[in-house]
Write a protein that binds this ligand. Structure first.
Ligand SMILES: [Zn+2]
Length: 47
């Protein structure tokens, strides 16, 4: 289970999960932010 977020929504994304982990997305990955649909920079996930 994971969501991807832009820089502006990292905090909101972290609140989505009880024990989240964050990883920077590689530049070539063109995926939209879970909240605002801008280009995502960070992936948040739980194990
Ligand atoms: Zn966003």
């Amino acid at each position: 289970m994971n969501v991807v977020v832009c820089r502006n929504h990292v905090k909101e994304g972290l609140l989505t999960f009880p024990i989240p982990h964050a990883r920077k997305l590689p530049e070539f990955m063109e995926v939209p932010c879970h909240f605002c649909k801008k280009k995502a920079k960070v992936k948040l996930f739980v194990y």
